[in-house]
Design a protein around this ligand. Structure first.
Ligand code: ZN
Length: 449
């Protein structure tokens, strides 16, 4: 007999929480073999919100739990059985298209072609017609926000809410997940205030039903993220999914792509198969390349204050003067792009622009040496349009220093001894000017040995 994830009828319960104070949860009991302990467990899965969200929760449907656990079931080769109905359209689309196509296209992973068992319902759920998007504070989030509060967007599609969810965690320690969520939610509330939108926070424990270190949870995450909207089905009718890459990069098989891609690369496909009678999803930003999104937000005031692209500083770490370290590859890519469009001064509050200007030749060279060819090409094209000169010295830094370092790092990355030397002698700090996020991990690891 095939293994199953069994989802009980969802229920709502009020509780006290260290995150929200007075909170409310949409819950269901999940019976399955826990992939981390290999033992059969009966455990509560929940989506927690501030108490005032109670009227928006939808215990009549299993949609939130089926989508939330779908990638886990596909990874573990377990069917899903649910007691309360799911949206009939969702059931039809998942079983006939999403599950068979994604599993067939990612057989190397592997993801399995599983089955769903349970009742369906095609009745519409009455909701408040809210229009929402997720918010990380990055370029893609601000593009979606700036675009959907503008005059050109029809009223029915204008943004009303920003959603902050804990669903993207790669951590397994609850205290740390809570701490990160509280700080992230604080940041999202600030952005919402500046954009005249409402912010909703959702803390959930979906990660506990996935195999650690959460590969499927973090690689095939669009259905998991959509589960928060399904939990709030009595509020939201439209949700904008922030696209990572343009449509030209579309691929269903992640093994054909270079390292660093996840299922957001096929979000256009995913969103068309999670639309229901009640909720419409759109992949926003898929219509343009990154530098076009940056251009779109370059004069958007809330972004000047809040843009956070950094791969080193955590989102809204209040101990740092700037929200971005202004030295990592992601920051430099964004800063040099704004420099090329003569808009960098707009972002003085979030980037160390003075330091950039003082070390312009080297830092532009670093951006060109460390980033993908396509990004450098887009930047140079933009600089040409705006008559911004790329210093000759930057090319020397790029080709004679940063590119060789990048290649050397790729070659040596799998050597434990080299990694040990690299972190023991603080070479990450000496070469980059900032502490690598893996530093503590390696320091701790070697100390323990
Ligand atoms: Zn950074």
């Amino acid at each position: 007999m095939r293994k199953k994830i069994i989802i009980s009828k969802p229920y709502v319960k009020e509780c006290k929480s260290e995150i929200f104070g007075d909170a409310v949860r949409l819950c269901a009991n999940i019976t399955m073999i826990n992939p981390n302990t290999n033992k059969k467990e009966d455990k509560e899965c929940y989506f927690e919100f501030e108490r005032n969200c109670k009227k928006y929760l939808c215990p009549e449907r299993s949609d939130a739990f089926v989508t939330g656990l779908l990638s886990s079931a596909m990874e573990l080769d377990m069917d899903i059985e649910f007691e309360a109905p799911i949206s009939e359209r969702l059931y039809y689309q998942l079983t006939n298209y999403y599950i068979p196509i994604v599993s067939k296209s990612n057989s190397y992973y592997p993801l399995y072609n599983i089955q769903l068992f349970g009742p369906c319902d095609d009745n519409q759920i009455k909701n408040e017609k809210a229009v929402a998007t997720g918010c990380s504070g990055g370029v893609d989030s601000f593009y979606t926000i700036a675009k959907h509060i503008s005059e050109e967007i029809p009223d029915t599609h204008k943004l009303t809410h920003l959603i902050c969810s804990s669903s993207s965690t790669s951590d397994s320690v609850k205290e740390r997940i809570i701490k990160t969520f509280i700080s992230t939610f604080y940041g999202v509330k600030e952005i919402a205030k500046d954009c005249n939108l409402k912010a909703i926070g959702c803390f959930n424990n979906l990660n506990e039903f996935y195999v650690f270190p959460y590969k499927a949870f973090n690689m095939f995450y669009t259905t998991t993220f959509s589960s928060v909207c399904f939990a709030l089905q009595k509020l939201i009718s439209i949700y904008y999914v922030n696209a990572g890459d343009p449509i030209s990069k579309f691929a269903l098989d992640l093994s054909t792509l270079p390292h660093g891609y996840d299922s957001s690369i096929f979000d256009v496909f995913t969103v068309s198969y999670i639309n229901t009678e009640n909720l419409s999803f759109y992949s926003t930003g898929v219509e343009c390349i990154r530098i076009e999104r940056e251009k779109f937000i370059s004069d958007f005031k809330p972004a000047h204050k809040n843009l956070t692209v950094c791969a080193v500083n955590s989102f809204y770490d209040k101990t740092n003067k700037y929200k971005n370290c202004s030295l990592c590859a992601k920051d430099l890519r964004t800063m040099v792009d704004f420099y090329a469009m003569k808009k960098l001064d707009n972002f003085k509050e979030v980037f160390d622009v003075d330091n950039f200007k003082n070390h312009k030749v080297k830092l532009i060279g670093k951006m060109m040496g460390l980033n993908k060819k396509a990004y450098v090409h887009e930047m140079k094209k933009e600089a040409k349009i705006n008559n911004v000169k790329i210093p000759l010295g930057s090319y020397f830094y790029a080709y004679l220093w940063y590119k060789p370092i990048k290649h050397l790092r790729l070659m040596l990355k799998n050597s434990k001894i080299i990694r040990k030397i690299y972190y023991k002698f603080n070479l990450d700090y000496k070469l980059n000017g900032y502490r690598s996020s893996t530093y503590d991990f390696y320091q701790g690891k070697y100390k323990n040995k």
